[in-house]
Design a protein around this ligand. Structure first.
Ligand code: NAD
Length: 335
């Protein structure tokens, strides 16, 4: 029997990059946090500072299997997010998105709890419109190397909205755009971590394509603020809602900034663009601005400084623990 009004909150994928910051934020807001993770890409090290906190509990569990726990609300983040990881075992990636969504929605239905889904800008595929609004249905290849992730996330969105229509669930679906910050996996091939690790090690800096393709990068603290505000909206606010930073930067500009901030003397080398890598990606965040009064606050320079400091400390403490980012056909890209 529950004796306090403290919210019991489940975070799946809580040992990952975004999940660990979310757990931290919720614990600080006095939630009782149950962090569930199968350690596929996440690690205990990301939540080590929370392990002694009585408000925090860690459970090893794979969301493709049902979970029977008593909670008030659920943040569903479990899913590898970088191409190199999600393409390593693509069938498991689709299962994590689809079976994971079914299991977490079933749990939300049983406990009558609110549920948040970490969807992605990848549901827009290689978009024909720019910037992308939530009304855009996307242009996604259903049979390519990235489809396990893109289509898995699209199917998860379908499930969320069908559970809403069929069972009246309180859902919150956020389409997250590229986010960066400390605790990113150092060798997952994502462009920010790739460039920083290469620059700090003095290795050649790899740019896929000609570097004119653009991305918009959101600092992790800003994204977590958006997620928490979204979860606090009334039940009518289901999304999908874009969360990201609309400030666009080309990969060439990003590389130049990283080189400047690290003082690196690494040369830049160009490599072929992986398949289905979008040319341009930028969120329209008008909906989030209006409903959440939210927009990113951290300038790219500032966010990169904090991220560089994290990787610098990591490389100094365990230089052998980080593999130099390598080329991997189809697996790496600028996302
Ligand atoms: N970081 C971004 O830029 C970004 C952008 C769009 C969407 N997202 C979404 O946000 C979520 C978190 O992304 P992230 O960047 O923190 O990635 P991440 O890989 O660091 O974290 C994912 C976490 O999920 C766990 N996980 C994977 N499969 C699981 C399973 N079957 N059962 C239980 N746990 C499992 C991993 O071990 C890891 O801890 C993902 O759903 C991702 O698709 C992230």
């Amino acid at each position: 029997m529950r004796t306090t009004s403290t919210k019991k909150t489940l975070v799946t994928g809580g040992c990952g990059f975004l999940g660990s910051f979310l757990c931290e934020r919720l614990v600080a807001a006095d939630h009782d946090v149950l962090c569930v993770d199968n350690f596929y890409t996440g690690s205990k090290a990301n939540v080590a500072h929370l392990l002694g906190n009585p408000r925090f509990e860690l459970m090893r569990h794979d969301v493709t299997f049902p979970l029977y726990v008593e909670v008030d609300e659920i943040y569903n983040l479990a899913c590898p997010a970088s191409p190199v990881h999600y393409q390593f075992d693509p069938v498991q990636t689709t299962k994590t998105s689809v079976h994971g969504a079914i299991n977490m929605l079933g749990l939300a239905k049983r406990v009558k709890g609110r549920i948040f889904q970490a969807s992605t800008s990848e549901v827009y595929g290689d978009p024909e419109i720019h910037p992308q609004t939530e009304a855009y249905w996307g242009r996604v290849n259903p049979i390519g190397l990235r489809s396990c992730y893109d289509e898995g996330k699209r199917c998860a969105e379908t499930l969320f909205f069908d559970y809403r229509r069929q069972h009246g669930l309180a859902i919150k679906v956020a389409r997250i755009f590229n986010t960066y910050g400390p605790r990113m996996h150092p060798d997952d091939g994502r462009v920010v971590s790739n460039l920083i690790v290469q620059a700090l090690r003095g290795d050649p800096i790899t740019i896929y394509g000609d570097g004119t393709q653009t991305r918009s990068f959101c600092y992790v603290d800003d994204l977590i603020e958006g997620i928490v505000r979204f979860m606090a909206t009334d039940d009518g606010c289901t999304g999908p809602m874009n969360l990201g930073n609309p400030a666009e930067v080309s990969i060439n500009e990003l590389a130049a900034t990283v080189i400047e901030l690290t003082g690196s003397r690494s040369p830049i080398v160009f490599a072929p663009l992986p398949s289905d890598d979008p040319v341009q990606r930028c969120p329209d965040i008008a909906f989030a601005r209006e409903r959440l009064g939210w927009e990113p606050q951290t300038a790219l320079d500032e966010g990169l400084r904090r991220t560089i400091a994290y990787f610098d400390a990591l490389l100094s403490s365990a230089p052998g623990a980080i593999r130099a980012p390598q080329s991997c056909a189809g697996g790496r890209g600028n996302g």
